[in-house]
Design a protein around this ligand. Structure first.
Ligand SMILES: Cc1cc2nc3c(=O)[nH]c(=O)nc-3n(C[C@H](O)[C@H](O)[C@H](O)COP(=O)(O)O)c2cc1C
Length: 482
């Protein structure tokens, strides 16, 4: 239990018979230790004080006083004869000179002592405080800091807005939080996995899109870690971390490291890079950092790293936008297809209420609806469907492939529709699609994949030919909440 608000503060009072008994009394009443030092053993003492007799003119007495002041916080004196020596041993010492005796007001004196003590506690720097009743201006003069010029009076209410804006905000509502997350999510980013090692060497990592390059010289980057992430304390303690910039083929890796599973590193191949930081082959870049600074930032901490090693590899980036992944690597196939002259088919997988729109083909067959003409245009297809009573909303590019049987390129979009299918077209339930009636092998293979993806709730862009190719996951039905 602390004994008074000033417990722990030691005051040496050199003023003869205490210049301001009310002040020393008050300091003592609130727990300060007041040591009344005088050379005359006669006279009275104040209640609650300690009394020490020392002859400060004698070398022994002065040495004892120096020892006492080294463990004290405040000296009250009438002249300054020894502050410089005392402060050499005790830089935080507050040495108050009361010149002019009782003419110095108790209020000024108390303010001088307390303000200098507060400054010493905040900065570790003591000072000499002079209260001189013989001066016109009696208020304390602080050696550590000149008194700033007096400021003009404000207009009433002049600062209301600025202070209210600084007030801590009321806790955020869930709806506000969601709206802000949606706004942040409009900024399309790449995806990284940030890794480090625990003190015992165990690798740790999490998926992050908050990566930002900061400075080239010196080389610096930053990443924000949620305080709720299991690995947050590991990252704030670790001397090093690595940022792995993911390629479009590493969506699964991103998914694993966005989880809270404890065996993430057992599920994927990895190796030790610079400073033994875990890195993943196939990433577009590894940037290994020495942790330069950790900054507190609301519900996240910012890891500022100095790059000590980096390497880059080939590939296209994995992107993240509005809570879903996207792939930015389809341009080349599109360019190839477009530059291939007239051998292009452009069509759309159009979905409506769990069913897919297919068009009648010759001989009782079925096909994906396609834009007419030698130079087909997807807008022409949607306009024709619209004119026939079906409103189509295209949302993403679904597949780009070369049909090796016909030599033609196929470009297929995905869309949703409402309204009546035009003549020669029909919606077929997704779980009972008559795939055997789709004669074209490339289209049949695309539709088979589409049905499977529809069941999983995750789509991908397909690049290749009708039998071999890569699927780049681009969208999921349930966007991540990050
Ligand atoms: C695309 C994406 C980006 C993310 N970016 C961050 C990020 O920048 N900072 C963060 O703390 N969490 C981010 N997360 C969430 C973490 O990956 C997730 O909370 C993870 O479970 C943390 O792992 P841990 O709990 O094992 O530390 C992101 C998730 C995804 C899917």
């Amino acid at each position: 239990m602390v004994d008074g608000i000033l417990a722990g503060i030691r005051v040496l009072d050199l003023t003869q018979a205490s210049v301001h008994p009310a002040l020393t009394q008050m300091l003592s009443d609130h727990g300060a230790e007041i040591i009344d030092i005088r050379d005359d053993p006669n006279g009275t003492t104040m209640p609650g004080t300690k009394s020490v007799v020392l002859d400060l003119d004698a070398p022994d007495g002065l040495a004892a006083f120096h020892r006492l002041s080294a463990t004290s916080h405040v000296v009250l004196a009438e002249t300054d004869h020894t502050y410089e020596r005392l402060s050499a041993d005790n830089p935080a010492l507050v040495y108050v000179v009361i010149a002019g005796g009782t003419a110095v007001s108790g209020g000024d004196l108390a303010f001088g002592v307390m303000a200098a003590l507060r400054h010493a506690e905040a900065t570790g720097q003591g000072q000499i405080v002079i209260l001189d009743a013989t001066d016109d201006e009696v208020s304390p003069i602080f050696s550590a800091m000149p008194t700033p010029p007096r400021k003009p009076a404000p207009r009433i209410g002049e600062h209301t807005d600025s202070y209210l804006a600084e007030m801590p905000l009321a806790p955020m509502l869930d709806t506000d939080r969601r709206a802000l997350r949606d706004a942040f999510g409009c900024f399309a980013t790449g995806v990284t996995v940030v890794t480090t090692r625990q003190e015992d060497g165990v690798p740790r990592g999490f998926t992050a899109n908050s990566f930002t390059s900061v400075s080239l010289d010196p080389p610096m980057l930053l990443v924000c870690v949620a305080k709720t992430a299991h690995s947050c304390p590991v990252f704030t303690d670790a001397p090093h971390f690595a940022v792995n910039v993911l390629s479009q083929d590493q969506k699964d890796l991103s998914g694993i490291f966005a989880s809270r599973e404890t065996d993430k590193f057992e599920q994927v191949p990895w190796r030790s890079g610079v400073a033994r930081m875990p890195v993943f082959d196939g990433a577009l870049a590894h940037l290994v950092c020495a942790c330069e600074r950790i900054m507190d930032a609301g519900d996240h901490v910012i890891l500022l790293g100095r790059v000590i090693g980096h390497e880059t590899g080939p590939g296209q980036p994995l992107g993240y936008f509005r809570g879903t992944y996207f792939s930015a690597g389809n341009e080349q196939d599109l360019i190839d297809a477009a530059s291939h002259g007239g051998d292009i088919e452009i069509g759309a997988l159009i979905e409506g209420e769990g069913a897919l729109l297919l068009a009648n083909a010759s001989g009782g067959g079925l096909e994906v609806p396609k834009a007419p003409g030698i130079i087909p245009d997807i807008d022409v297809l949607t306009t024709l469907l619209q004119q026939a009573g079906l409103t189509v909303d295209l949302d993403f590019l679904y597949a780009v492939f070369r049909d090796s049987a016909t030599g033609r390129y196929g470009i297929f979009y995905h869309g949703t529709a409402s309204g009546t299918p035009p003549q020669g077209h029909q919606f077929y339930p997704m779980d009972d699609l008559p795939l055997s009636r789709v004669r074209n092998a490339a289209e049949r293979s695309m539709l088979t994949r589409y049905v499977a993806e529809h069941q999983q709730g995750s789509f991908g862009i397909y690049q290749g030919d009708e039998t071999r190719g890569t699927v780049h996951r681009i969208a999921s039905h349930e966007p991540s909440t990050y």
